[in-house]
Design a binder for this molecule. Sequence first.
Ligand code: B12
Ligand code: SF4
Length: 532
Amino acid sequence: MIVVKLIASPIPGLCIAGENKFLGTVRPNMHKASLTALSAGLVERLDESGVHCELEIVDMQIGDVQFTKYGILDYENLVIEKHRVGIPFENIKLKIVESDIIGLSANFTHSRKIITDLASYCKVIKKNIILIIGGADATSNPLYYLKYGADIIVKGEGEITFQLLIERIHFKKDFESVPNIVYKSKSGKIKVNRINYLKQQFNIEKMNPPNLDIVDLSKYTDTGEGKPPISITPPFISVETSRGCFHSCSFCTTPQMKGRYRYMKENNINKHFEYFKSKGINTILFQEDNILSRIWRKKNSDYFFNNGRKELIDIFKIARNMEFNWEFTNGLELGLFENNGIIDDELIHYMFWNKKDNRNIKGCYRASIPLENLTKSNILLFRKLKPFDSMKTIIKILSELNLEMLSFNLIIGRPQDDEITLRKTFLKCLEIKELFAHYGNNTQIYFNIYNLALIPGTIDSIKFQNLLAFDLEKDPEVITFYLGCLRTGNFSPLEITQARGTLVQKLNDNSLIKDYDNTFNLTHKRFYNLFK
Ligand code: B12
Ligand code: SF4
């Protein structure tokens, strides 16, 4: 028998000494989709290959969560404390001792110091334990993780590779034939095996539902986007009906991580949704990369997938029939609803269908809309966007749908952004607010203002590397949407952080900021003057 534990490590929380609020969101109570996806059907598949595996998910972000100060970030004239939010390492000592293999998820660059500290701790407790690390950050920076404790890095989607590795380790075989890994050989040399995950992609059609049998669902009380309406009840779980995306936005890791778009058909979606119902789940969060890639069009305007639109509608028919509530927490590519000036009203109505009965809501209650950039050059920067006026027409339709909540996401702090750009952004946001004041049927709107985070592996990280003001081995925590990390010709990291904070305060009510982010916003009178 082989004992495997998948661990969600503690997460970082940054705060100015003396302040009791974090500078960015800290969301421990979320479903760890990477780990439940890796665990889906794993024990059964291993059994078929003659490996008896005892599998456990250890979520260090829930339970006896404590704050442990682990460092200081020197942020211009501010001293920012770094806190580890989660179960103290010592409390999982026994779990480490019991394990043959530990799998750690490293999606977020800002957590990489904590993850490698935990990896080193595991090695101290049990020298011969095998540490496997995967996720978006590990995929783009395998050498960092190997340098600080990991034995094997899995690049890209991990389901198949992780299974192969467990089999090889169990049968004491070498890793030569396992694709998509970077590892240390016995002689200590770094080896990179054939990397083919973007070409031979994981078959979504055969994907099992996430394994929710081995997690404590009652602890997943956070939607990741702030408080939902009162009648929407936890547990909240994120679902995937597709992976990948047709676009390659310069700030996003999906093109390098998940690659070309693939999606699940009705049968499998039914199976997944039935499983969720059987687990007592009523609310689902669509957090996949780009659910709307199903209606991607070729240059001649024909759909890329003949049945994509129908199958998209089917998802929401199933969700509605099964009486789920849902929200789109990962931004929707709104522009795809429009083609040659015609808006797909029918599709919009299926996806955003909702019904209210007193205070009870059924169907869609919230969506998050990526506006990203509101300047004239937005369509040149991001191919997924449409000109502001065209987006506004679609937003107007959304405003009439009786939705409870809509969030709009914007990214500021690109190197070309100056005060004029920020002011224009502010004014365009006011236009959106006005639109809702006119048509909005009480839809509560919120503006998520994000700083450009130079995420390793993205196009931006290559283009703007020389502007990065921090060493990511020492201060990886700056890779969040809440702190600036670039020194551009127009703003220092602190200045753009203050611009973000001020914009958030000017555009959103304090009570909403508390419900959505509950963060401490750094502001400045220079920006209050700019956003008058
Ligand atoms: C859901 C989500 C969140 C949730 C968090 C959910 C959670 N607690 O895990 C919320 C909304 C809170 C969130 C917040 C943030 N997020 Co986010 N988020 C996502 C999103 C949209 C989906 C992640 C997911 O669950 N995917 C589904 C699972 C099945 O896929 P997966 O995680 O990639 O796992 C597969 C592989 O990575 C691999 N794998 C993963 N772990 C492991 C471990 C082992 C051992 C192995 C073998 C393989 C393996 O195998 C898995 C199965 O194929 C991704 C984008 C994306 N599409 O992945 C961004 C993403 C992970 N987020 C990102 C960022 C930047 C953030 C924030 C820092 C932004 C901010 N607010 O400042 C915060 C920080 C979060 C925190 N912990 O504090 C970046 C991370 C990039 C980076 N290098 O840092 C991503 C990649 C988006 C992007 N811009 O490209 N996020
Ligand atoms: S459309 Fe969304 S998922 Fe696709 S590359 Fe752009 S940001 Fe990433």
